[in-house]
Ligand binder design. Structure first.
Ligand code: NAP
Length: 320
């Protein structure tokens, strides 16, 4: 008899066929709201789950006594209690590597958009306010040659450093748990303590995971250490930053601008003060959102799940 998978992320027809070949599939759209009742109904039969952006809490897991594996279509695993899954004997997999370059592209898009005020000035043209050649009030600031600061020198951090160093001649500094000699050598980069890092970097880019340790890592004190010309970029997770303190720093000119792909609450409330600020570029969590990369992530997640349900070790096992 085929095993049963509850799918809560839309797959391409080819990937759905590949999955459906091996297992029975129940598809649930929007499991966090409209589909929640259907999800709860399907969990008692589930051997595997495949999806993203759903907080899988203990109450949901209690409904799934046959669960063997959860395959997340993401690299970040902050939606899961890994210790609890491990205790229940449930394997958790994610999709690293395939999204690294695309997410770094998003980071660099935000660096350029904030420094050169691309969204604000494109809107000025669109709104018919381009009536004369622009003057200093509309000037941006250079990206090339400025110091690129990266917090979390992992896969995505390194891909960002590569772009900054080779593409834009930027000195690279970073803050991570430990120095990375290979990164230092390749990009002439330097590992710093957090305070020194915040005072030195022109662009402060977050590329680290959300964990108990990183929640609220950037708050009022850290924002005060940044200078008035600093630009803050977050492509990691919203809760790494105290959003209220960030809004205050942006409103008062304590920092120059912010490029934000992630927020404390997503989707971002339309009433958020962030959306009233010209010095903010906000994108709807699009780090990995290209056709090619989302398909590669979904393929990776399908392969991880099928391997786990076959009894093989999945390539991207997260549990210790
Ligand atoms: P990764 O390779 O595991 O790199 C994460 C790095 O963060 C590690 O090198 C680690 O440093 C560092 N780190 C962890 N805790 C830290 C702390 N307290 N202080 C300083 N550095 C710390 O992960 P990745 O593949 O680059 O992905 C990083 C994160 O990006 C994901 O977890 C996800 O949340 C986010 N992401 C967002 C999007 C998006 O759509 N916006 C897309 C993809 C990923 P050490 O090596 O020194 O331990």
């Amino acid at each position: 008899m085929k095993k049963h998978v509850v799918l809560y992320k839309k797959l391409s027809p080819a990937l759905l066929a590949r999955l459906g070949d091996q297992v029975d599939v129940t598809y649930i759209e929007d499991p966090a709201s409209d589909g929640l009742a259907r999800l709860r109904e399907a969990l008692p039969q589930a051997h595997g789950l495949l999806g993203a952006s759903l907080k899988l809490d203990a109450a949901l897991l209690d409904l799934a006594p046959h669960l063997e594996a959860v395959s997340s279509v993401s690299v970040g695993v902050d939606n899961y209690d890994i210790a609890d899954l491990t205790r229940r004997g449930v394997q958790l997999t994610n999709t690293p590597d395939v999204l690294t370059e695309t997410t770094a592209d998003t980071g660099f898009a935000l660096i350029l958009a904030t420094a050169r005020r691309v969204v604000e000035l494109a809107n000025l043209v669109r709104d018919g306010h381009w009536t004369a050649s622009v003057g200093p009030t509309h000037f941006g600031t250079d990206v090339h040659g400025k110091t690129l600061g990266i917090i979390g020198m992992g896969r995505i951090g390194e891909a960002l450093a590569q772009r900054g160093h080779f593409g834009f001649g930027m000195p690279v500094i970073y803050h991570s748990h430990s120095p990375k000699p290979a990164v230092d050598q390749r990009f002439g980069a330097r590992h710093c303590g957090l305070d020194e890092f915040l005072q030195e970097a022109d662009f402060i880019c977050l590329t680290l995971p959300l964990t108990a340790e990183t929640t609220g890592l950037i708050g009022a004190r850290e924002l005060e250490l940044m200078g008035p010309d600093s630009i803050f970029i977050n492509i990691s997770r919203g809760k790494v930053v105290d959003e209220k303190a960030l809004i205050h720093a942006l409103q008062t000119g304590q920092i120059r601008a912010a490029g934000l792909d992630v927020f404390e609450r997503e989707p971002l409330e339309p009433t958020s003060p962030l959306l009233t600020l010209d010095n903010v570029v906000a994108t709807p969590h699009i780090g990995s959102a290209t056709h090619e990369t989302r398909e590669a992530m979904a393929r990776c997640a399908v392969d991880n799940l099928l391997a786990a349900l076959r009894g093989d070790r999945p390539q991207n096992l997260v549990n210790p």
